[in-house]
Design a protein around this ligand. Structure first.
Ligand code: CTP
Length: 403
């Protein structure tokens, strides 16, 4: 079982596998659900069978795989109505643009769509498709219809896709899908169950031209550790991550971004949240106008002047927003006068807490951290510890503050 994730023991999942390259991740999802004590029965669409075989899903799930409405044996022994209702939850993963369009329209022309129309259970759709297809007005409409009908449609991850394009459309990682399943089954537990925690992490990259960017040394590790600790405490976690080479923690929904402006938009889109922990080392400045073509030396020895523009302050904007989370925690990475700067930063940004860390050593990118938590009540010093221990201690403080 994925570390720290609560079990789905004895719960039955009917998994509809649609036709997309992300179908291979459905195999991993089957493994995760079973590892967490759940039972899985798979329905494979015709498109899905182009990407994974019924044999693989049968072997992984330990159950027969259903592929057609017209299997007399199944109709006699199970029947599609019964199949759709014997589950505790129906999960469509991957949910292609076509499958969601047919669901939204109430079409029932194959086993998958018939089950989806006949079920009396909650339905979770996990989309995966090309970015243009996800952003198309028709898909936006269908997703809105499905959500209005009570279908839980996850947002796809943002990032590089099999088709070579980048943007929203990637299937969320299987642990994040499992976390959504647990949430819908109401089996999530822990002191933050039912809470939404938003975390930003990592650096941002601000393009100078297509091949160069402004960045900083943030590894993202402290933010990822906080996201993981919050998920372990039972929270639904959205992790808005700058470009870092870290795996998504189990049970966390990750949104990948490049620039500060992307990060600001992703934070806004993730609201409402109960808690925001802004750990990202957001670039203060970006190139005022990034060159569309690579800047070249002209041989004269003249260096280009880089004009900078200030990035939006995501933390301050969030604190001033009408949708401000009840608890907003900022980080302050300082090389000198750490506490004085943190106290001033707390007031300036309007955050409830500022977590101050001294980055004069090798903290940025390193494995340990020593922090001070600056609140309205004063300052608490935590001893130097590995970043995941620091994350646990901070999450304990968050649990206490919400209690
Ligand atoms: N932050 C943010 N958006 C920015 C800059 C910072 O959300 N454009 C957040 C960080 O995620 C962190 C906090 O604000 O939680 C403090 O970041 P820091 O870089 O230390 O603060 P700055 O405002 O940039 O102050 P300075 O660089 O002058 O110390």
């Amino acid at each position: 079982m994925a570390r720290g994730l609560p079990a789905v023991i004895g719960k039955r999942i009917l998994l509809v596998v649609g036709g997309g390259i992300a179908a291979y991740k459905a195999c991993e999802l089957v493994r995760l659900i079973r590892g967490a004590g759940g039972e899985v029965t798979c329905v494979l669409t015709e498109g899905g069978s182009q990407f994974v075989t019924a044999m693989s899903l049968a072997a992984l799930s330990g159950n027969p795989v259903h592929t057609t409405l017209w299997d007399l044996k199944d109709e006699a022994e199970i029947g599609h109505i019964q199949l759709s209702r014997s589950a505790d939850l129906v999960v469509v993963c991957p949910a292609t643009a076509d499958l969601m369009a047919r669901m939204a329209a109430g079409v029932a022309d194959d086993l998958a769509t018939t089950l989806l129309l006949a079920t009396d259970k909650r339905v979770l759709a996990v989309p995966a498709m090309n970015v243009k297809m996800w952003e198309h007005a028709a898909t936006r409409r269908n997703v809105a219809t499905l959500r209005a009908d009570g279908v839980e449609v996850l947002d796809p991850d943002i990032g590089d896709m099999a088709c070579g394009e980048t943007g929203p459309g990637r299937l969320p990682e299987p642990p994040a899908v499992l976390a959504a399943i647990q949430r819908l089954l109401g089996v999530g537990h822990g002191p933050l169950a039912g809470r939404h925690v938003l975390v930003t992490a990592g650096p941002t990259h601000e393009p100078i031209d297509p091949v160069r960017y402004i960045a900083n040394r943030s590894s993202g590790r402290q933010g990822f550790a906080i996201a993981e600790a919050a998920a372990r405490a039972g929270a639904r976690v959205t992790l808005v991550a700058g470009p870092v080479a870290l795996d998504t923690p189990a049970g966390v929904t990750r949104v990948n971004v490049e620039t500060a402006r992307d990060m600001a938009a992703a934070v806004e889109a993730a609201l409402p949240a109960d808690v925001a922990v802004m750990v990202a080392a957001v670039a203060d400045w970006r190139s005022a106008d990034a060159a569309p073509l690579k800047l070249k030396k002209d041989g004269s020895g003249q260096v280009p002047a880089l004009e900078l523009a200030e990035n939006p302050d995501i933390l301050a904007t969030l604190c001033a927003s009408p949708r401000r989370p009840a608890l907003v925690v900022g980080f302050a990475a300082e090389t000198h006068d750490v506490l004085a700067h943190a106290v001033a930063k707390r007031a300036r940004k309007g955050a409830d807490w500022i977590v101050a860390n001294d980055v004069s050593g090798d903290v940025m990118g390193g494995s340990h951290n020593a922090i001070h938590i600056v609140t309205a009540a004063g300052t608490e010093a935590l001893p130097e510890a590995p970043k995941d221990r620091v994350a646990e201690l901070l999450v304990e403080r968050i649990v206490d503050a919400l209690a």
